[in-house]
Design a protein around this ligand. Structure first.
Ligand SMILES: *Cc1c(COP(=O)(O)O)cnc(C)c1O
Length: 372
């Protein structure tokens, strides 16, 4: 018998812990042709646009699959074959964008950056000035590999001033951190159901500038990934092209209802910030230090240095914490040994206290106590 008689809480960057209401929304079968279901899709898309105040300029294109599918679809649809994309790279998800562009055969220019430093808008500006052939810039808002926050508004200003288009992977920030399409110019902003909106995984979405999407007809390398085609079909029929993830969409609609009840983005971001603060405090008391400086840490996921102790072994640590009811995440860095703890999902600072307690108990069991 497991010690804990409930699902473990997921302290991970998705899938994450969802509320009972969100899970219960999946107890129904919806027909993809049914006006009731298509009304849910339309309402979800409207709300997603409203979160970034984008209804006047942008459209929402939902897409089946995990977040990466939507990133690949946005790049494949919006970047023409003759395009060239600047990718500032300071982590795993930036590197994934570069990989996607390579697979798609789109020209890419990497701007390599230190993994513990945010993107520098001046460096992006210099790279754009140096290469007039660059048509697009693709950035990650919160690089979930480390948990670092990038200055998106400043980056968007620089990119717009240089007359290039911006594509943003806002997967781990959307809904939790402020993004305002009226002041922050972008051609595409990409996120998914199973991150800060606290839905279940299975649906990505791209908030695309209407004019850019309209200009992209016939440009995509792929049928299933073609956002223009997906959008045109939705416009014409109110239906998804191909089978929609009906349960996922229903769960997202219910999760959005709770998002609004909580107080929208500001309240969601404040709860995550409280989680992150409580986590860092509690872990510090156990001698565990964050990898990033506080000023650049996003309140989404925190990377911690592994204890400098001969008894440290991530798998043992993971299993000990798991037995106590919590799932953590391995680090994604190549140079230093780390592990990660997510602050997002249907969890509160009270849950974080329990996580810290479980981490402390596990470290004591492993013989690692209050190391420096
Ligand atoms: C989660 C995430 C993605 C998508 O990853 P999937 O495994 O495809 O869901 C992309 N970018 C960032 C920054 C993420 O946090």
């Amino acid at each position: 018998m497991p010690l804990i008689d409930r699902d473990p809480l997921l302290l991970t960057p998705g899938p994450l812990t969802t509320s009972l209401r969100t899970k219960q929304a999946m107890l129904h079968d919806h027909g993809s042709w049914d006006p009731g279901f298509n009304g849910i899709t339309a309402s979800v898309c409207r709300q997603l646009l409203d979160i970034v105040h984008g209804a006047d300029t942008h459209v929402c294109v939902p897409l089946q699959g995990s977040g990466t599918f939507a990133v690949e679809a946005a790049l494949g649809t919006l970047v023409p074959h003759t395009g060239k994309v600047l990718v500032p790279n300071h982590g795993a998800y930036c590197a994934r964008i570069l990989r996607i562009l390579g697979v798609l055969g789109r020209d890419a220019v990497e701007l390599p950056l230190a993994e513990d430093q945010p993107m520098d808008p001046a460096a992006i500006e210099a790279a754009l000035q140096a290469d007039p052939g660059i048509t697009h810039v693709a950035v990650v808002h919160c690089e979930t590999g480390t948990g670092i926050l990038n200055p998106l508004a400043e980056i968007a200003q620089v990119v717009a001033a240089q007359g290039r288009a911006l594509i943003v992977d806002a997967m781990s920030s959307f809904g939790a951190l402020p993004i305002d399409a009226r002041a922050l110019p972008f051609d595409a902003l990409i996120a998914a159901s199973g991150k800060c909106l606290e839905g279940v995984p299975g649906m990505g979405f791209v908030l695309a500038r209407r004019s850019a999407l309209e200009a992209s007809a016939g440009q995509c390398h792929s049928l299933a990934m073609d956002l223009h085609d997906q959008w045109a079909y939705l416009q014409k029929t109110t239906q998804w092209r191909f089978t929609p993830p009906t349960h996922v969409v229903a769960a997202l609609a219910e999760a959005l209802q709770q998002f609004q009840e909580e107080g929208g983005q500001a309240a969601r971001g404040a709860r995550y910030a409280a989680n992150a603060q409580r986590l860092v405090q509690g872990m510090s008391a156990l001698g565990l230090q964050p990898f990033l400086a506080p000023a650049v840490q996003a309140p989404i996921i925190v990377t911690f240095h592994a204890p400098q102790h001969p008894a440290w072994h991530f798998q043992t640590f993971y299993e000990g914490v798991r037995e106590r009811g919590f799932i953590l995440y391995p680090g994604k860095l190549t140079q230093v040994e780390t592990f990660r703890v997510g602050c997002i999902g249907a969890i509160t600072p009270h849950d974080i206290d329990q996580v810290v307690h479980a981490v402390g108990a596990t470290l004591r069991q492993m013989g690692i106590v209050n190391h420096a």
